[in-house]
Write a protein that binds this ligand. Structure first.
Ligand code: DAH
Length: 428
């Protein structure tokens, strides 16, 4: 069983920006956008007329490939990511992610009949304002960087969390809602990280008549309701497990918590949540209210509930995977159809100031796609002249078939060439 406790841990729980970044140089590289860049996808503008073959319709919005993938310095969305837009795995009732979504819906429908409005078709192309500003992500937060987020242009991103829809839904008058959707993050490569994954957001707003009778202050009232509701959800999904609440930090909630459960011998984070920052409620027409909010990663939970050992499997169209799941069958254990051998290739190079592991992984994924299982740094040293060398080990493995030596050598050859050309590093 793979260790999945680290799958897509939230970047938003980091308070400090520069924890992992050595100096300003690297950060300024991460934000290469000129303020003059034109935002053709800002939420109010109409989409350009699409090219027939590569046109998608998402939540009533038409998107053409060249709306999202552009040859423009402010754009860092590769073709491989565009190809995932519109697949909407969470809307397939026979897919583990759809089964899990429906299982969570069932909990809310049973315990709060007709209360929560459900959205699962909101467009993943959102403004920088929706994704970050509206939920109070600080201007210098690392999640805004070009290295971590896919930018369509300087004002438009592929949402990196479903929290991007909180403010707009509050403004539209919703007080109880669940938003499920595909989210996008530039990331490293291993069995629990994939640049597209799925989240569910939940929000519940309370008015004074809710908390006044309780004798509690509004924040405590919301926090208690939140904890009670989410402990119920965890029991609904995992059975009678031990749980604990961990204090956390998110820019959009205060106080903030993470819920952990003791499952299969270890503590596992299930979700992040908290009492919504008053400023978000106030800015969106809910001054005299409190609210709780939650966000959970569907893959992380589905990997544990269905015993799915590698995050790439969610994207598999192989019948031996898809045929194992059916509507309403929560937690059916996946039977691996066979494990094909991995093949390891190492490559060493001298890095430069702008080198990042996410950029490296993007190049490798662009060539090898889902045939790459893991990229890990196995050696790192700086010589007397101050030059730093990295050695990365790439594990190639298909989930579906054996790879030939020839095929892997060809991939590795392309990887070496493109890493050198696109990242300006010097191969050793
Ligand atoms: N947006 C967070 C993330 O992607 C998850 C999250 C945490 C959402 C706490 C929330 C929340 O609504 O209250 O990492």
């Amino acid at each position: 069983m793979a260790v999945v406790s680290s799958a897509h841990s939230t970047i938003f729980s980091k308070t400090s920006l520069f924890h992992h970044i050595n100096g300003f140089k690297r950060f300024s590289f991460c934000l290469p956008f000129s303020s003059s860049a034109v935002s053709s996808l800002s939420s109010k503008k109409k989409w350009r007329q699409p090219v027939a073959s590569s046109m998608l319709e998402l939540g009533g919005i038409k998107i053409a490939k060249d709306d999202v993938v552009r040859d423009d310095p402010t754009n860092n969305v590769p073709d491989t990511i565009f190809s995932k837009l519109g697949l909407q795995l969470h809307r397939r009732n026979n897919h583990p992610l759809g089964i899990l979504k429906n299982g969570i819906y069932e909990y809310f429908d049973t315990n709060f009949p007709n209360m929560f409005h459900k959205f699962d078709d909101l467009c993943p192309v959102v403004s920088v304002k929706q994704n970050f500003d509206d939920v109070l992500v600080p201007a210098d937060h690392v999640s805004r960087s070009y290295n971590d987020t896919y930018y369509v242009d300087s004002q438009t991103v592929l949402r990196c969390h479903t929290s991007a829809h909180q403010a707009e839904l509050l403004r539209r008058g919703h007080t109880h809602f669940l938003v499920t959707g595909d989210v996008y993050r530039r990331d490293s490569i291993d069995s629990t990280h994939y640049p597209v994954f799925h989240q569910m957001e939940g929000v519940r707003v309370f008015t004074p008549d809710n908390w006044e009778a309780s004798g509690l202050d509004p924040t405590s009232y919301a926090a208690e309701d939140l904890k009670k509701s989410l402990e119920g959800l965890a029991r609904h999904l995992f059975g009678a497990v031990e749980m604990r609440w961990i204090d956390a930090y998110f820019p959009f909630t205060n106080p903030s918590y993470e819920l952990e459960i003791y499952f299969q011998g270890k503590w596992m984070e299930v979700l992040g949540c908290g009492v919504m920052e008053q400023e978000i409620l106030k800015s969106n027409g809910r001054s005299n209210s409190v609210a709780w909010a939650l966000g959970l990663g569907l893959e992380r939970l589905a990997m544990v509930l269905f015993d799915i050992p590698d995050i790439r499997l969610f994207w598999s169209t192989d019948e031996r995977f898809t045929s194992q799941f059916s509507e309403g069958q929560m937690g059916v254990k996946f039977k691996p159809f066979s494990k094909y051998p991995p093949c390891y290739k190492d490559m060493s190079f001298w890095i430069n100031d702008s080198f990042t592991e996410n950029n490296l992984c993007e190049v490798i994924r662009g060539i090898a796609g889902d045939l790459v299982e893991e990229v890990s740094l196995i050696d790192n040293f700086t010589n007397k002249k101050g030059m730093t060398s990295h050695c990365y080990r790439i594990a190639y493995r298909s989930m579906e078939r054996s790879l030939t030596d020839e095929e892997i050598n060809d991939l590795q050859w392309q990887v070496r060439e493109q890493v050198q050309n696109k990242l300006n590093v010097v191969l050793r």
